[in-house]
Design a protein around this ligand. Structure first.
Ligand SMILES: [Ca+2]
Ligand SMILES: [Ca+2]
Length: 235
């Protein structure tokens, strides 16, 4: 056990300098084999991008929202979310709010075509006004019409975003669901915000300089990815 702790701490201190201050060039991230993590401006934000809400004190991603559009008239960024204890709705942010470390982590589904992104947005919009799924141990489901699932037409935050992309091959009017882009990193019955952030289809970027907490999160992700790879190798 001591050796494991020493290894983790050594990895932490060796890898920390690899995170630079401007949010670019983070070769330790699991997505780094695709493209390096970038810092971008709000002008580069695209509809369909995913915003991750973070609680730093617990190093946790607690919420995901889909960016829909920017409203110039009131300088507002419009998102769709399935928030706890509320209906699926639009939510509105200022630049200062999305540039805050609690919100500045974004993901883009890099393998999605413009048509697929449009379908994902349309699917999310069709869920507006639907109920929040407060049962987190109930298996995720992309089909809102599934007669065998009492929570099929209710959503928790990351389930909604995942389903939107998993249904992105068809316009919602076609009522054909599934077999789109699966952005649940580890599959299984649940899709947590972190599962989406870690998925290889999702390129992560930031609006502002990385805080020390983000650096720790990235290093933690890196170490757990190595651990999971090792377990897969020997099992
Ligand atoms: Ca559901
Ligand atoms: Ca999962």
């Amino acid at each position: 056990m001591k050796k494991i702790i020493v290894f983790i701490l050594a990895g932490f201190f060796l890898l920390l300098p690899m995170c630079n201050q401007n949010g670019q060039s983070l070769p330790i991230h699991k997505n780094s084999h695709q493209e390096l993590i970038q810092r971008i401006s709000s002008a580069d934000l695209k509809p369909g991008d995913i915003m991750f809400e973070t609680v730093y004190t617990f190093f946790m991603y607690v919420h995901t929202l889909m960016f829909i559009r920017y409203e110039e008239s009131n300088e507002t960024y419009v998102f769709i979310e399935a928030p706890a204890n509320s209906l699926v709705r639009y939510e509105y942010f200022s630049y200062e709010e999305i540039a805050d470390p609690s919100h500045y982590t974004f993901g883009r589904v890099i393998f999605a075509s413009d048509q697929q992104i449009q379908n994902a947005i349309l699917f999310a919009e069709r869920q507006l006004g639907k109920a929040f799924q407060d049962n987190f141990i109930w298996p995720k489901n992309f089909n809102p019409n599934d007669p065998d699932d009492m929570y099929a037409d209710a959503w928790y935050c990351s389930e909604l975003i995942w389903a939107a992309y998993y249904n992105c091959n068809h316009h919602p009017d076609e009522q054909i669901f599934g077999e789109g882009i699966d952005i649940d990193y580890n599959y299984g019955p649940f899709v947590k915000p972190r599962d989406i952030r870690r998925d290889l289809s999702v390129k992560v970027f930031y609006f502002e300089d990385l805080t020390i907490f983000d650096k720790i999160l990235i290093i933690f992700d890196y170490l757990t990815t190595i651990y999971e790879w090792f377990i897969n190798l020997i099992s």
